[in-house]
Design a protein around this ligand. Structure first.
Ligand SMILES: *Cc1c(COP(=O)(O)O)cnc(C)c1O
Length: 391
């Protein structure tokens, strides 16, 4: 390999560093609920997506261990070859019945939400079709649109008039609207009823990415249920590594959509099935989501308390009713500085900077979880109040 090629990489990395865009990882040595041991110190974590505290729930862990004992660790093949196990099949049925985006919905498991979104968009749209995506959507929906080769149009946050005009003007044979149900960096909820109306008026599919709503909103059934919607046009994507606490994702939709994904989606057909032990863990996790509404109530109480107290802080609070409660700081350097000061005090809260969020809107992405005790939140609020008074 020529040294020029390596030199180019080195220059690119150096430029990132100078621009303050270099990223690095912290290594977690152990965990107890939201308390993590990192680099020899204990931190209280307010930045993850384990909104119900299920990632380390003893029942979920036990189900995973029993699953490993029974089925082994790896699936050993793709679902369509020999990697589709009884717990995968049972979990798909449970998820379809739980989320029920339309009558007689089916569900299909994927190894990651990223792969599920690539599958849906490329299976429903191809060259000559049209995909419409909200600007704040997760980047994997944009990647999926590009991969499909359809014409890709992004509409401004909540700008349904613009979306309607674009849909009306489109002559594409197939149209797909994609949206995050809960915007991952804002915590705000997409106007799904209005989006479904547009989808019906213009004969489009509606892909709902519910990575941050599944398990939480709609009594745990997700954001489509939260709004009481059902339609064969809805293609629901829920991830299983956030509130469900494990890993993977699923699509729930009309059986013709699911069968099309199963037959044709390359990120389904050409990849090894997720370990069956994870499906076992997820059955246990789904039982908790179903049977323990008190976890959601505790989370809601933390959210209400946080919002009441954070209103007096100098940073802009987003209009979010969900577990994602970002404080908008503005400049990247200031967001990083606040995140550092919190870190020094044993609180892990990530700073999110452009290009993940729009320029000038760098923020602390605070997330709350049922794993947090009331006293944990008091600790966070006390430190934020102290930092607001200056260095
Ligand atoms: C996390 C996330 C994904 C990706 O899901 P993974 O299972 O982590 O690959 C997709 N969409 C949104 C909105 C997300 O937040």
């Amino acid at each position: 390999m020529s040294t020029d090629a390596l030199e180019q990489l080195a220059q690119g990395l150096a430029a990132r560093k100078v621009a303050g865009l270099a990223r690095h990882r912290h290594t977690v040595a152990s965990r107890r609920g939201a308390h993590l041991t990192v680099e020899g110190r204990e931190f209280l974590h307010f930045g993850g997506n384990d909104y119900l505290g299920l990632a380390a729930d003893p029942r979920v862990i036990a189900a995973a261990a029993e699953g490993a004992a029974r089925y082994g660790v790896g699936a050993g093949a793709a679902h369509l070859i020999s990697g589709h196990f009884a717990p995968h099949e049972a979990l798909e049925r449970e998820l379809a019945a739980w989320v029920a985006p339309c009558a007689n919905a089916r569900a299909l498991l994927f190894s990651a939400g990223y792969l599920a979104n690539l599958a849906i968009v490329t299976a429903l749209c191809r060259r000559g079709d049209a995909v419409f995506g909200e600007r704040l959507n997760h980047a994997c929906l944009n990647d999926a649109a590009l991969l499909s080769r359809a014409k890709f149009t992004r509409y401004r946050q909540g700008d349904l008039d613009a979306l309607g005009q674009r849909l009306a003007a489109s002559r594409a044979p197939r149209k797909l609207i994609c949206t995050d149900a809960v915007f991952s960096m804002d915590g705000t909820i997409a106007p799904l009823p209005a989006l479904l109306e547009l989808a019906e008026r213009y004969d489009a599919w509606l892909l709902v990415d519910d990575a941050h709503g599944f398990g939480i909103l709609g009594e745990g059934r997700g954001t489509v249920a939260h709004f009481g919607l059902t339609s064969p046009r809805i293609v629901y994507m829920g991830t299983l590594g956030k509130a469900a606490g494990v890993a993977g994702a699923f699509v729930a939709a009309h059986h013709a959509v699911i069968e099309t994904l199963l037959q044709t989606a390359r990120t389904y057909v050409l990849t090894t099935a997720s370990p069956p032990l994870l499906a076992c863990a997820l059955q246990a996790s789904l039982a908790v989501i179903r049977d323990e509404p008190q976890r959601r109530r505790h989370l809601q109480a933390l959210i209400a308390r946080f919002r009441a107290a954070a209103g007096t802080l100098p940073w802009r609070l987003q209009a979010s009713a969900t577990a994602i409660q970002p404080l908008q700081v503005g400049a990247s350097a200031q967001a990083l500085d606040l995140s550092d000061r919190l870190w020094q005090r044993g609180l892990w809260v990530p700073a999110i900077r452009p290009p993940t969020v729009p320029r000038g809107t760098a923020r602390l992405r605070i997330t709350l979880s049922a794993a947090h005790a009331d006293a944990d939140l008091s600790g966070l609020l006390a430190v934020l109040t102290h930092l607001a008074c200056g260095p």
